[in-house]
Design a protein around this ligand. Structure first.
Ligand code: HEM
Length: 125
């Protein structure tokens, strides 16, 4: 995992993109748009953000190593729990998961900032 954090990010991103598209198709077919915020967050936090993280590590904008692996697991948990939490908040008025998911997603971006700054003075890897 350590040497291929870019691939891990990109693979999960593609899986999230597929999930977001399937939900989009389902919403369109059902003419029910209650879950648009779930769809948008699967696509934008899952597909787009995770893909950008992967590209950032691959191009050397961010330094990987142990903090990169930690970033991956926090980002993955956030990208899954945030849309799931929006779903639970929308359909069942349960807000605990969306709070955890949003804090993990924020922590993920902060960790990415740390790894971007670490790459300023060190070679990629
Ligand atoms: C198979 C692919 C996709 C399908 C079938 C699909 C379907 C939909 C549908 C039915 C809506 C609701 C539109 C409405 O409320 O009138 C929507 C909204 C949205 N989708 Fe998708 N979508 C797809 C892919 C994506 C992707 C890849 C992204 C982003 C990377 C994305 C981002 C959004 C956003 C941001 C909205 C909210 C737009 C707004 O509220 O103005 N979608 N999508």
């Amino acid at each position: 995992m350590m040497g291929s954090i870019d691939r891990a990010f990109f693979t999960l991103a593609v899986l999230m993109g597929l999930a977001g598209m399937l939900l989009g198709i389902q919403m369109g077919m059902a003419h029910d748009f209650q879950l648009v915020p779930v769809h948008t967050h699967i696509n934008l936090v899952g597909w787009v953000s995770l893909a950008l993280f992967g590209i950032g590590y691959r191009l050397g904008f961010a330094k990987s190593g142990g903090l990169g692996v930690l970033h991956f697991w926090i980002a993955a948990a956030g990208a899954i729990l945030l849309p799931l939490g929006i779903y639970l908040a929308t359909t069942r008025q349960q807000e605990a998961v969306v709070i955890i998911g949003s804090l993990l997603t924020l922590a993920s971006m902060l960790l990415f900032l740390v790894n971007v700054v670490r790459a300023w003075s060190a070679p990629a890897g």
